[in-house]
Design a protein around this ligand. Sequence first.
Ligand code: NAP
Length: 254
Amino acid sequence: MRVLILAGTAEATALARLLEGHPRLDGTVSLAGRTARPARSNLPQRSGGFGGIAGLADYLRANRFEAMVDATHPFAARISANAAAAARQAGVPLAALERPPWEPTAGDHWIPVADLGAAAEALRPLGRRVLVTTGRQELAPYEAVPDKHYVIRTIDPPEPPPALPDAVYIQDRGPFHRDAEAALMAEHGIEVLVTKNSGGDATRGKLDAARERGIPVVMVERPERPAGVPLHHDPAAALRWLEDLAAGGHSASS
Ligand code: NAP
């Protein structure tokens, strides 16, 4: 069964590796092409946008895909919406693979916000020295709150950098451990952390470090997922869904 994995996450790479050499599942990995050195599997890989819903539906039909797994990042809302619509159009069963969100524990001081604009607004009454870990693509909202010292950590450099008068840029790729995160926060005198609720262990260390240091966390909550798409939280569960489908256990396009 030909399977398209919409990727760009550790979960997608893990699922792709489970499909390597699989006797019944023939996987292809699709990346947006934004990251310079993406993690790879040995599955065939394509890169770049499809051209919206119609482009993805055409691609599914032209390449005779029989199933699709949306394993994109919880904050990649457009491709997830496109995948749901294109799967319906092309009659291809779709499931989502998404790591569970982080939950606050005792001692956490989280300020939940709906989006990055709200995150920037939430910073106003908080400390001046801000660690920003919300990615390189949406830094413009912080320009509305320019009177802070921003420490902005991204995998690849922001292009173009935001118009912020007082910003330091760090390029680094996780996993980030708690002790290293605490050391970074101490070095830069960080008073507040901004993060998306991405979930997962690779970047959880900053939350542990913030709790230990009594630092508030502006937590950008996840956008809503498209309705009616079965959701799996780990790669093994998504693999079982595919194997069941290949065995004829499902027939409806989700
Ligand atoms: P997005 O806003 O949901 O998608 C924007 C456009 O990028 C889509 O409409 C699609 O273009 C293309 N695209 C996205 N993912 C694709 C994929 N896996 N394969 C082919 N085309 C894809 O996505 P985003 O937030 O820019 O994220 C882009 C990629 O980075 C995703 O693969 C995501 O998993 C990964 N990522 C995102 C975040 C985040 O915080 N947003 C964090 C880590 C990794 P067309 O409409 O032309 O098809």
